[in-house]
Design a protein around this ligand. Structure first.
Ligand SMILES: *Cc1c(COP(=O)(O)O)cnc(C)c1O
Length: 412
């Protein structure tokens, strides 16, 4: 083998890009500093104390009193997968509330689990009316209702008030993927009656991807424990000894992960120490700011971004009444090369905005203002840069309108 010169690949020194897409976003500097703190052994009392602090810090962020509030190691998808593989047995019926790409992800994971999948769908850019979900629950008698809160693919936020009651009355549990909204829009796990809610750090919590906060209701925890018991006739204690059933996932087995986060501290994986530091700092920052103020800041950013885009003469995508506050879809004007504009934003201004998936690919850009980037100056810079890049692409637009419109909307 030819020898590789290690100096060929220089020290990591990425450009200072402003990430104004649908996530990931720039991490708060305090989070990056926390990640560089010294490592600890996974059963060190200082480390387990940090784990307990993380449990306490994430309860208010999830809007819950659930004791089982912790982290899954992995990106947000790890939290989704842990929830679904632990809640659902093969052959069980699940109703997916599907209004975008992440609803499709739920059905993809549930297919691997061997669930019988029913969906209740909305067109991309709309949400599913509560009456339609109620009818679908009645029609399908699911054991689990699974939904996304904010689907970044369409920028829509599904209303969830009352959904837990509907599901529970029909004997189902409720799962919510709140990755894109946690820390930016209110998460009310207890009030919604959601049995499991999962998130990620790299959207409105202002951290890097790689840790998935999760909260689990007592009913879901009991279901997860009982399911193992009933399926294989094996006592939970035996499972803890490693005699558990060899089905589903080991890494994403919530029963085992809960044993690890409980005072029993039964060995499962090695907790991702630096990511736990990051998650802890994200939560401290969010609670230090105050959740109401934080949601207000995201709402201001979303209002300002929308107003600025409209002042440029662009058309904002989707149902106004159900827009997420932290990401805005906007139609690429006809005759404009969407990718050329994105590249100019990056090359000239070091700003990243998002492209789109599936039916919306090539149709819209998705522009985020999340977490550490949901700030007035970053919204204004993004709008000014987009105006310049659109103009450079030959698109005729009113110049100098976007920034004042955004400033006015921020205060509104
Ligand atoms: C961004 C996002 C995810 C992404 O998960 P990762 O595994 O962290 O990439 C999942 N669900 C929703 C709703 C998202 O917006």
């Amino acid at each position: 083998m030819p020898e590789l010169d290690p100096l060929l690949f220089g020290e990591i020194d990425p450009p200072q890009r402003l990430l104004m897409g649908p996530g990931p976003i720039n991490a708060h500097p305090r989070v990056l500093r926390a990640m560089s703190a010294d490592l600890l052994g996974q059963f060190d009392p200082e480390m387990t104390a940090f784990m307990n602090q993380v449990m306490a810090l994430y309860r208010p962020i999830f809007g819950t009193a659930n004791p089982w509030t912790m982290l899954i190691d992995g990106t947000a998808r790890a939290g989704i997968e842990a929830a679904l593989v632990s809640l659902v047995a093969p052959g069980e019926r699940v109703l997916v509330v599907n209004f975008g790409r992440f609803g499709l992800l739920l059905t993809e994971i549930l297919t691997r689990v061997g669930a019988v999948i029913e969906t209740v769908d909305a067109n991309w850019g709309e949400v599913v009316p509560m009456e339609a979900i109620a009818t679908a629950i009645e029609r399908t008698s699911p054991r689990l209702v699974a939904t996304i809160h904010g689907d970044t693919s369409t920028t829509m936020a599904q209303p969830l008030e009352g959904l837990g009651d509907l599901a529970h009355a029909a004997g189902a549990l409720l799962y919510v993927d709140a990755t894109a909204t946690i820390g930016g829009m209110e998460i009310a796990a207890d009030r919604w009656g959601a049995d499991i809610v999962t998130g990620g750090l790299q959207k409105c919590l202002g951290g890097p991807s790689g840790s998935a906060p999760i909260t689990i209701s007592d009913a879901a925890a009991a279901h997860i424990g009982k399911r193992r018991h009933v399926e294989k006739g094996i006592r939970r204690d035996d499972i803890a000894d490693g005699a558990g059933p060899r089905i589903g996932s080991n890494y994403f087995d919530l029963a085992m992960i809960m044993d690890y986060w409980s005072e029993k501290r039964l060995n499962h994986h090695t907790e991702a120490t630096s990511m736990l530091y990051a998650a802890r700092e994200c939560a401290r920052i969010a609670l230090g700011e105050g959740l109401a103020a934080r949601y207000g800041r995201h709402a201001s950013a979303g209002r300002a971004m929308t107003a600025g885009l409209r002042a440029m003469g662009l058309t904002v995508f989707g149902d106004d009444a159900h827009r997420m506050t932290n990401v805005t879809g906007v139609y690429i004007p006809s005759g404009v090369d969407g990718e050329a504009v994105r590249q100019a934003m990056r090359d000239q201004f070091e700003i990243e905005i998002g492209t789109a998936f599936g039916p919306l690919q090539g149709q819209i850009w998705r522009i985020g203002a999340m977490g550490y980037n949901a700030m007035k100056h970053k919204v204004l810079l993004t709008l000014a840069a987009l105006e310049a890049c659109l103009r450079a692409e030959g698109f005729a637009l009113p110049l100098g309108e976007a920034v004042p419109a955004a400033l006015e909307a921020w205060e509104a």
